[in-house]
Design a protein around this ligand. Structure first.
Ligand code: ADP
Ligand code: MG
Length: 446
């Protein structure tokens, strides 16, 4: 593995581990050497090396192994130890701590302007906007939660950008819970706890991202709790994010849970089709402005919004790759090109809707029993829903006609084909059927 390959891998890793993990743990890794199956990385501190090895070691090795199968093991050495033939950690000179910047750098792209608002995130967005106005503290903390890739970090950075823009003198600190722990442990080790406490108690706005990380880490939780209380008492705004609601974070102390619930708790819901399409359109406009030669065919963004999971990070990664690829090969971005270029992502995010699921949903929708849907009876009020289910099964699954037939009580494939054709015809002339199909498809793909 060369440095170039490592840098390219890093780009991929950013997608898989997430931006904050990436900037805290992966970006600082420097490839030092590759020798006899061992890739050696330089790290600033032993803690960093241990941490990366523990939490990302397997994943890193997996990704590196794909690029260079000869690599079987990773090792992390503190920069100062690296050249020594026989590392003797006990005697290793401590490196001077260089970075005095508190908190993590903000991503310049994570602004409110670039945040697309839709039903699933409108409440979180409104709350974030309110906090970003910087008026008197009305809810403390603001607790944002939701699944991975739904925009928590984006919103937090947006708040920080906005506050700094409005009030440049304000001491706004954003950091991940991991970094909070890292700083805390470093302060303990270096006997600088007083500095640590002063530092965190002197901020005006504190944002801690991914707080679920400190669950189960008792002394860090304890320190977090004290910092938190001191700031709340001082009327300072706190903004916290987590991947789930405060009450659902396991191994988080009760007193912390209840304090977290004291403010405003809002969640980011999984994206829906409209939001995904909105995000894709915004990003595509941006790319099209950047690569003026590119042509984007109709229907491509809609296709992606349907097919890709709720995680916006994956969605973005897909679009980035698609545009990069199209500009490299100089071709129009068509559905075919999209399917070729993104086959792995599309496969991975295939939700695998089953025929059974379709039958259940359709039966529910038309208010008939599942057994009537599958059974042999032929009255008209069963026949239409049955055909709708056959049509959706053909559209939304990769099952063959005979296969679908078997799942409809052993019907012949010609019966299925007939049903599919029938609905195709009706769809074009009967807006009620068209609406039903659209509704059902959405419910099934949600
Ligand atoms: P989380 O912190 O919840 O895991 P992020 O804030 O890191 O998610 O978001 C993942 C990616 O998706 C980021 O690049 C972010 O800019 C983008 N993103 C998420 N939600 C939106 C949105 N509503 N509009 C625009 N971009 C979004
Ligand atoms: Mg995040």
């Amino acid at each position: 593995m060369t440095n170039e390959i490592w840098r390219a891998l890093q780009v991929d890793l950013r997608q898989t581990v997430g931006d904050s993990n990436y900037s805290n743990w992966i970006a600082p890794l420097e490839l030092a050497s590759v020798d006899r199956g061992v890739a050696q990385f330089k790290v600033r501190t032993r803690f960093l090396g241990d941490y990366v090895s523990q939490h990302f070691g397997d994943h890193l090795l997996y990704c590196i192994g794909k690029a260079d199968p000869s690599i079987k093991r990773l090792s992390f050495v503190v920069a100062a130890e690296q050249m020594r033939a026989q590392p003797t950690p006990a005697a290793a000179p401590e490196e001077p701590e260089t970075d005095e910047v508190v908190g993590s750098p903000l991503d310049a792209r994570f602004t409110f302007e670039r945040f697309v608002v839709g039903k699933p995130n409108e409440l979180a967005h409104a709350a974030a906007r309110r906090v970003a106005e910087g008026g008197p503290v009305t809810f403390n903390p603001l607790f944002l939660y939701g699944g991975v890739g739904l925009g928590k970090t984006h919103l937090m950075h947006a708040i920080a950008h906005e506050l700094r823009r409005r009030q440049p003198g304000l001491n706004v600190i954003y950091l991940s819970a991991e970094q909070f722990m890292y700083r805390f442990i470093t302060a303990l080790r270096d006997r600088k706890m007083i500095d640590f406490k002063e530092l965190f108690r002197s901020v005006d706005v504190l944002m801690v991202d991914d707080v679920q990380f400190i669950a189960g880490k008792d002394s860090t939780q304890d320190e977090f709790f004290h910092t938190f209380n001191a700031l709340v008492d001082g009327q300072k705004q706190i903004i916290i994010s987590a991947d789930r609601a405060p009450g659902e974070i396991k191994d988080l102390e009760e007193r912390i849970k209840s304090r977290l619930q004291c403010g405003l708790v809002v969640d980011l819901h999984p994206t829906d089709y409209e939001l995904r399409l909105g995000i894709l359109q915004t990003k595509a406009e941006y790319y099209l402005a950047q690569y003026p030669g590119l042509v984007l065919a109709d229907g491509v963004l809609e296709f992606l919004a349907h097919r890709i999971s709720t995680n916006v990070r994956v969605l973005e990664g897909a679009l980035t790759r698609l545009f990069a690829f199209a500009s490299l090969v100089g071709r129009e971005i068509t559905l075919d090109l999209t399917q070729d270029c993104l086959s792995d992502i599309l496969r991975a995010s295939d939700r695998k809707i089953t025929v059974e699921e379709i039958q259940r949903k359709v039966a529910e929708h038309y208010n008939i029993r599942l057994s009537d849907m599958i059974g042999p009876k032929r009255p008209r009020n069963f026949a239409r829903p049955r055909q709708v289910a056959m049509y959706l099964a053909k559209q939304l699954t990769s099952r063959s006609l005979p296969d679908i037939g078997r799942r409809f009580g052993g019907r012949d494939h010609t019966t299925i084909l007939h049903g599919v054709k029938k609905i195709e015809e009706l769809r074009a002339i009967d807006s009620q059927i068209a609406d039903d199909l659209e509704l059902l498809r959405r419910a099934l793909e949600a």
